[in-house]
Design a binder for this molecule. Structure first.
Ligand SMILES: [Zn+2]
Length: 321
């Protein structure tokens, strides 16, 4: 079924102040309403109503979690690497969306506006340091799966409290450095909510576009020589692999294009630009090779009709770049 488009339904965006956080959050010894934030969904966003620079830096990060492109959904307390990647991704993805609206908030006050990217960048580094330090709080990879759901929460609270005793001071030291980024100017909450909401709206539109470029699976049963359910499942699996790879290629292409546009505005020399994009090109080539392999794998399956393969390739190509 097709998802309703954003134009038909205004997205519900609800931004709350961090000091309105649920009680279980406030019990966390690391919770501090001055910079704590969370964005589980557009309807449930908590952001700090504190010093302007800190509020904007944290908004850039939290809304980054709402960007669906490349999200790491396996981030949890038993998977440190995935959590770290997701934190870094949120920092990188959210900023461009928020940056566009800074002038709407600051108006002619370019002096204050210019402080924001600097503070964002410092807080990003500090927060990633804190994430790195928090590795000690994580349990062995995926070991939580073996624990009963109702015991998981208790285990996490226990580990967090133990960690607070052993590493609390180091983390607090980082948090103090975050607080050092204060500009001395309090956030204009109403205006802030307005511009952050605009940024979130843009994210939701892009998320929608991403899901629209997803390729519909080909209906089974038009002239294919499918003999049993297992064959059908196998074909579907390989096709899904192809579609996933293609989606990733589109995402990398888009990222590469955005980065290039950004870099072209700087005064980097051509050879520097080439060097910068070599890495992306390598990743892209690898993905394209993988896609070719999967398509070959599919064509080698004797029970896949030639028509079906052609149709899949056409669907992939038609989406265009
Ligand atoms: Zn985060």
């Amino acid at each position: 079924m097709k998802r309703e488009s954003l134009s038909e339904h205004e997205p519900k965006i609800n931004i709350m102040r961090s000091n309105e956080a649920p009680p279980d959050v406030k019990e966390n010894p690391f919770y501090d309403s001055e910079f704590w934030g969370r964005a589980k969904s557009p309807e449930e966003v908590y952001l700090p109503d504190s010093d302007e620079g800190i509020s904007f830096a944290m908004a850039a990060h939290e809304i980054g979690h709402l960007v669906e492109e490349g999200a790491h959904n396996d981030a949890s307390l038993d998977n440190f690497e995935a959590t770290k990647k997701e934190e870094q991704r949120a920092w990188d993805k959210g900023w461009p969306y928020l940056e566009k609206y800074l002038s709407e908030y600051f108006g002619d006050n370019t002096v204050e506006q210019d402080k924001v990217p600097v503070i964002y960048s410092k807080i990003k580094d500090l927060m990633m340091q804190a994430t790195e330090l928090s590795q000690g709080m994580y349990v062995d990879d995926n070991s939580l799966e073996k624990v009963d759901e109702d015991q998981q929460e208790a285990l996490l609270v226990k580990r967090r409290n133990e960690f607070f005793v052993t590493h609390g001071e180091e983390i607090k030291n980082i948090f103090d450095q975050i607080k050092d980024q204060r500009t001395g100017k309090k956030t204009d909450w109403e205006k802030y909510v307005k511009v952050v909401s605009s940024a979130i709206k843009d994210i939701l539109i892009d998320n929608q576009k991403m899901s629209d470029t997803a390729i519909e699976p080909i209906p089974i049963g038009r002239g294919e020589q499918i003999q049993n359910e297992n064959q059908l499942a196998e074909i579907k699996k390989v096709e899904e692999k192809a579609l996933l790879l293609y989606k990733r290629i589109v995402a990398v292409e888009k990222e590469k294009r955005q980065k290039l546009e950004q870099e072209l505005k700087t005064d980097k020399a051509d050879y520097e630009l080439v060097y910068l994009f070599q890495k992306d090109i390598t990743e892209l080539e690898k993905l394209e090779n993988d896609l070719d392999d999967v398509l070959i794998e599919l064509s080698n399956k004797q029970f896949t009709s030639f028509n079906r393969l052609v149709e899949l390739e056409e669907r992939i190509m038609q989406k265009g770049y």
